[in-house]
Design a protein around this ligand. Sequence first.
Ligand SMILES: [Zn+2]
Length: 102
Amino acid sequence: MSYPVGPVSASDRDRFAVGWHSFGMDERTGPNGGTLYLSAESEKGNKGPFQVVYADDEATRRWGFFCSNCESFDNAVDSMGRIQCNRCSNFHKAEEWDAAHE
Ligand SMILES: [Zn+2]
């Protein structure tokens, strides 16, 4: 599977739409009015996954996390890697060493 590299035109984006969506970059308007991109990567939370958010559609600038439970960008990450949603209290614990964790 390969994806277009660098700037792509709108028609290229349509042509690659299936691959684009399986790549998982879902556009959203962020809290500051800018466009943010939700990746398919996620960290599990006790109420739902936190999706990794990028500030660009090539996933080079990591922005933060998106709470999929209440659809909010309003969450806090601490230095231990814990994530907590400020709205619905969805919570991701720091690294777990069980087999279920990827
Ligand atoms: Zn939430």
